[in-house]
Design a protein around this ligand. Structure first.
Ligand SMILES: [Zn+2]
Length: 160
């Protein structure tokens, strides 16, 4: 799922008192760390500010817009702080947002049996029908059953 189309002006409109410019500076300084999309509508990152500990930023969004923002710093009341600005700018320049690590997915489904997995996938597809096409593609890739199979798999050494 793509991050909603947000422009820099949209971000600037939510800021006050130079937060936008300071957010740009933070981004340029590489202050945004471990940006990742933790689910289809949440983006999380750490922003290293002047404090020893990084601030934790959480962005909620739907297909159209940012719906909620949170930052652990004390400086934003009604407007977006420089940390939030830096994270959003970083998200805008990332073509493909890092997703939660596969290991976390493996943990999440570890206690599901086959039926559980099937109904999980069914629910995901129900939630986002486009997943069905991805599912078909990934399945073809996994089973080697693609429309144009890789010829190298057919004529490898027969035995060791
Ligand atoms: Zn902040």
């Amino acid at each position: 799922m793509a991050f909603p189309s947000l422009t820099k002006d949209d971000i600037r409109d939510h800021t006050a008192g130079g937060s936008f410019e300071r957010g740009q500076q933070y981004l340029a300084n590489g202050a945004v760390q471990s940006l990742k999309q933790t689910d289809n509508h949440t983006l999380k990152a750490k922003v290293q500010g002047t404090d020893v500990h990084p601030y934790l930023v959480s962005i909620q969004f739907d297909a159209n817009q940012v719906t909620d923002v949170e930052c652990t710093c004390p400086y934003h009341k009604g407007t977006w702080c420089k940390h939030i600005v830096a994270v959003l700018l970083k998200a805008l320049e990332s073509d493909d947002l890092p997703k939660t690590e596969p290991a976390a997915v493996a943990d999440l489904v570890a206690d599901l049996d086959r039926d559980g997995l099937v109904s999980l996938v069914e629910r995901l597809v129900e939630h986002d029908p486009r997943l069905l096409d991805q599912l078909k593609r990934e399945r073809a890739r996994l089973t080697g059953n693609a429309e144009h199979p890789d010829p190298s798999s057919a004529d490898g050494p027969a035995d060791a």
